[in-house]
Design a protein around this ligand. Structure first.
Ligand code: ZN
Length: 426
């Protein structure tokens, strides 16, 4: 398959250099983009070739989400909890753990499909997900993988294991993780958080990650409750606990949030090769606090924590909030937005090659150029500018419509599953 982009303005995501001309995107040779002076004429095009007119359009690498939760996709507008949460522990107890315990396989499929739909329409072609459905664990990861692949999303999935629902879900989580990795899928070993994970589970999770040459994906000190529990139970802080267990030696690990850390914990992370996922909007929403990531080193990437699937919006929130919290500049916000690509490449995960592109109909009132790109990125670019999307050399969104499935059918299926879930909640 070759997609020709006619008269494109290509922006290199690393150098921010602009290049004007025709491009060819091919799915061969691990996905390649080339610049070309000539295009085939329309009547000589084969079935496997198309030409997209990109005049006045910007073309750049598509986006990726470093921490998502498809399981929360059917939460929007759901019935109010029996008690309005007053703190983070109650938010988990009355909202998220109430929801994820009721998910069945159909609901998981709908959640994955609708998440993929939103991601693609927002220009996101790679998702790192952290999934939870404690009473429908078996085959949940393959269900998500199938839905993502059908839609055209590349992925790095895991099941978020914990001890919160007792022995059976714990063992099933370990089985599901191993089955998935054994089949050859790229994935993480997922854990919920220190305060819901006992020593036996932590030890077995690290052993699984070592066996399959991957990392752990875990929430770290999202709220102070994680630290309080760790000190009380293990007489050490959360990052020290993970360090002692070997998590920080696994360079593919992603520690999500990392808000309530002391200097020793930050230094341990900085001295390791693990990555930290920042989820600013979720932290604001849960009122768990915000922190500076400047002292963490370079390995900070961005996620949405399941709140939405719009990475441009996440980058914007990181910049706006980060100004008072850590004196962030536009370049740092942009680097964090793009760091997920560096993480995936450095960890040798597939699906985020150069043949992943977004075509933006960016209707700026002012000139955009190499010198002022960051100002446009922060103050101008929005998901609504995403016109077409190429995922692993495949055109998946064209003129703002999904090509890989029927959008209306997916939304109808999601609403049906949402109603089924909500009826169980009452
Ligand atoms: Zn999360």
């Amino acid at each position: 398959m070759t997609i020709y982009l006619k008269d494109a303005c290509y922006i290199d995501w690393k150098s921010l250099k602009f290049r004007q001309g025709h491009m060819a995107v091919t799915s061969e040779d691990n996905g390649k983009i080339t610049f070309t002076d000539t295009l085939p004429s329309k009547n000589t095009l084969s079935k496997d070739e198309i030409i997209l007119d990109c005049q006045n359009r910007l073309v750049m690498k598509s986006f990726a989400c470093g921490h998502h939760h498809i399981y929360s996709a059917l939460a929007r507008g759901m019935p109010a909890p029996e008690k309005i949460p007053e703190n983070f522990s109650e938010t988990l107890k009355y909202i998220w753990w109430r929801l994820d315990r009721l998910l069945d396989m159909e609901m998981i499929k709908a959640s994955a499909l609708v998440t993929a739909l939103y991601c693609l329409k927002n220009g996101v072609t790679f998702v790192i997900d952290h999934h939870s459905s404690p009473f429908t664990i078996e085959n949940s990861l393959e269900t998500i993988a199938d839905a993502f692949e059908e839609m055209g999303i590349s992925h790095l999935l895991c099941y978020e294991m914990s001890d919160r629902d007792g022995e059976i879900p714990k063992e099933k989580g370990l089985e599901e993780t191993e089955r998935y990795l054994e089949k050859g899928y790229q994935g993480h070993v997922g854990l919920h958080a220190s305060f819901t994970v006992g020593d036996d589970l932590l030890k077995r999770a690290v052993a699984l990650a070592e066996k399959y040459d991957t990392g752990l994906h875990v929430h770290v000190a999202e709220d102070a409750v994680d630290q309080d529990h760790c000190m009380k139970t293990y007489n050490k802080r959360v990052v020290q606990r993970y360090d002692d267990a070997g998590v920080l030696d696994l360079h593919k690990s992603i520690l999500s949030h990392c808000i309530h850390l002391d200097e020793d914990e930050i230094a341990r992370i900085r001295d390791s090769d693990v990555w930290v996922a920042q989820n600013t909007e979720s932290n604001l929403n849960n009122n768990v606090g915000v922190t500076s990531y400047k002292t963490f080193g370079e390995n900070v990437l961005l996620g949405t924590d399941g709140m939405h699937s719009d990475m441009l919006r996440s980058a914007n929130a990181v910049f706006l909030t980060g100004q008072s919290v850590e004196g962030i500049d536009m370049g740092t916000a942009y680097d964090r937005f793009r760091n997920v690509h560096r993480y995936l490449k450095g960890s040798r995960y597939a699906g985020d090659g150069t043949d992943n592109l977004v075509i933006l109909d960016y209707d700026s009132p002012t000139e955009i150029n190499e010198e002022n790109f960051l100002g446009h990125f922060i103050y101008g670019m929005e998901a609504r500018h995403v016109e077409s999307v190429i995922s692993s050399g495949r055109l998946v969104v064209h003129n703002k419509r999904l090509l890989t499935a029927d959008e209306d059918e997916i939304l109808a299926f999601a609403r049906e599953m949402g109603n089924k879930l909500w009826a169980k909640m009452k």
